[in-house]
Design a protein around this ligand. Structure first.
Ligand code: DGL
Length: 261
């Protein structure tokens, strides 16, 4: 069984890629909706949540953990690996490396939460993987919360996205890294802005391939999906069709559970 978690709905974009890549794996998705958003919280708090959720998922029998959240990965994947040194753990980090490698203009932008934008880990990724490439880091406060509210079909939000993305495109960025798993669900809103000018970089498929490499016995099961959340679990099931993931509901086993973590 594979345990996948995020602060809320964003990691469902990673869950979808894993479910496609590992169709027989039993999957548990845990949304820490009692504490969303992580992106505006201190690193120590996020670390505490990540380790507690990891322990909960391991207790449930998960043999592979996926931190389906950039903010949680940059803040706490190291602490989680220290807590479970033998367990395969896959984190999600902004796709700076593929973006920098593919950029023709040698200018890329990273859209991320405030916590990720100011993290030392992102600064290190940029130093290691973007030599000779200008990387513009744009914090996008409030965007994850908009996804949580499922208020995507909204003129005012579309204008807010345009106001952040246009200057990056005007400055020559030809790759926009979706550095928060929630932002995968904003791709349709960004498409009219970026088409023909830049490409969006989402690492969900690469993360799923990494799970395939590491899963071993954790990939064998009957393809069941268990949903859980630390608050309002019923919203998770309702969110699937709203986010274009209605097909995942067919794999769902039992109602979404309230997780006491
Ligand atoms: N989905 C998370 C990420 O990838 C963070 C959203 C939040 O809770 O602020 O960064």
């Amino acid at each position: 069984m594979i345990g996948i978690f995020d602060s809320g709905l964003g990691g469902l974009s990673v869950l979808a890629a894993i479910a496609r890549t590992l169709p027989r794996a039993d999957l548990v998705y845990l949304a820490d909706t009692a504490h969303v958003p992580y992106g505006e919280k201190p690193e120590g708090f996020i670390r505490g949540r990540v380790v507690a959720i990891g322990e909960h998922l391991v207790d449930q029998g998960c043999g592979l953990l996926v931190v389906a959240c950039n903010t949680a990965t940059v803040a706490a994947v190291r602490a989680l690996r220290e807590r479970f040194p033998q367990l395969p753990i896959v984190g999600v980090e902004p796709g700076v490396k593929p973006a920098a490698a593919a950029s023709r203009t040698k200018r890329v932008a990273v859209l991320a939460t405030e916590a990720t934008a100011k993290s030392e880990r992102l600064a290190m990724l940029i130093r290691e993987h973007a030599a000779g490439v200008e990387v513009m880091v744009e914090a996008c406060p409030g965007w994850a919360t908009r996804v949580e509210a499922l208020s995507l079909d909204n003129q005012e939000f579309a204008a807010e996205i345009a106001a952040r993305v246009e200057p990056l495109l005007a400055a020559g960025a030809d790759r926009l890294v979706l550095g928060c798993t929630h932002y995968s669900f904003l791709a349709p809103l960004m498409a009219p802005l970026v088409t023909g000018r830049a490409e969006l970089v989402d690492v969900a498929e690469a993360v799923a391939r990494q799970c395939l490499r590491l899963a071993g016995a954790a990939a064998e099961g009957s393809g069941q999906l268990h949903l859980a959340a630390t608050a309002r679990p019923e919203r998770l099931r309702a969110a699937l069709p709203a986010l274009g993931l209605g097909w995942l509901a067919e794999r769902q086993h039992g109602p979404a559970a309230l997780a006491s973590v």
